[in-house]
Design a protein around this ligand. Structure first.
Ligand code: URA
Length: 292
């Protein structure tokens, strides 16, 4: 395209191809909404922060109601709030009250499905609630869903998830003997770093999730999970392999082991030996007569 202004629509095939190449080069690898938005036609000031399906539209994919069970009923989505709530603390308090009122995991999932206080839900394709066995003794907490997880509505199903499955298998575990959630149940767009406000409003649900599952032991996958659950700014390389205590669980302390995130191990395979040590420590704890 050798002109300076916006191209006139509809685009010729070569113009459309050039525009697509430009997007791919710029790192745009996926569509967020079903319908295209002509950004040239939007007044900058009036442009929405996030695009959302119109009120009453259905989610693009229905995630499973139960991690191993039947499909969930499709929930209509309402329009998003215009921006993050100004008072993040008040929003987190509201989330805490909603989460506390949930008496079962099904209620917690339903509460998240209708929760409108986190803008991530409007760019995510699916809620990623949990996977595995809610009666397991071990609960894993990851960071946030990635692209594959967002598409399938399940945590750790991409490359990092496959490595996680192999790590669990190395100590005789699989998804029938663990329960897996993330600190955020929706994918941050483009896998960007979640904001403190997003974590603040989602963590009450994670904390209630832990309370309802009441595991004997927690495995915290990566620095974000360790930071959120243990309320620390210490980096994962110093935290990993050291048993700590999660004590926000209805007064009951739960032993928690921070370890390296499988996605990090994919980038730094030499660090797998450290993760292996952590896994052995975890296995010993689970096999001890009075784990928990
Ligand atoms: N990384 C995470 O932390 N969680 C997932 O579900 C997938 C990748």
């Amino acid at each position: 395209m050798n002109r300076s202004g916006p191209p006139s629509l509809p685009l010729a095939a070569d113009e459309a191809a050039a525009l697509l190449r430009f997007y791919v080069d710029a790192g745009v690898s996926e569509a967020l909404a079903e319908a295209p938005v002509d950004r040239y036609m939007l007044d900058e000031a009036a442009a929405p922060v996030v695009t959302a399906p119109p009120a009453g539209d259905e989610p693009r994919h229905s995630p499973r109601a139960d991690p191993r069970g039947a499909p969930a009923p499709v929930q209509p989505r309402a329009a998003p709030p215009a921006a993050l709530p100004l008072d993040d603390a008040r929003a987190a308090e509201g989330a805490r009250a909603i989460a506390a009122a949930c008496k079962t995991l099904d209620e917690l999932r339903a509460a998240l499905e209708s929760f409108e206080g986190c803008p991530l839900r409007y760019t995510a394709k699916n809620l990623v609630f949990a996977d595995g066995n809610p009666k397991a003794r071990l609960m894993l907490i990851g960071e946030a869903p990635g692209r594959d997880e967002d598409l399938q509505g399940l945590p750790f199903v991409g490359r990092a998830g496959q490595l996680l499955d192999r790590m669990l298998a190395a100590i005789g575990l699989d998804r029938t003997s663990v329960y897996i959630v993330n600190t955020l149940p929706w994918r941050p767009p483009g896998n960007r770093t979640p904001t403190p406000a997003e974590h603040a409003v989602c963590m009450p649900f994670v904390e209630r999730h832990i309370e309802l599952v009441a595991p004997e032991v927690l495995l915290l996958l990566g620095g974000v999970s360790a930071k959120q659950l243990l309320h620390t700014d210490t980096g994962i390389t110093r935290l990993r392999g050291k048993w700590s205590t999660y004590n926000n669980c209805g007064g009951r302390d739960i032993p928690a082991l921070p370890t390296l995130h499988p996605a990090y191990l994919l980038r730094q395979p030499a660090q797998k030996r450290l993760a292996w040590r952590d896994l052995q420590s975890l296995q010993a704890r689970l096999e001890a007569p009075s784990a928990g």
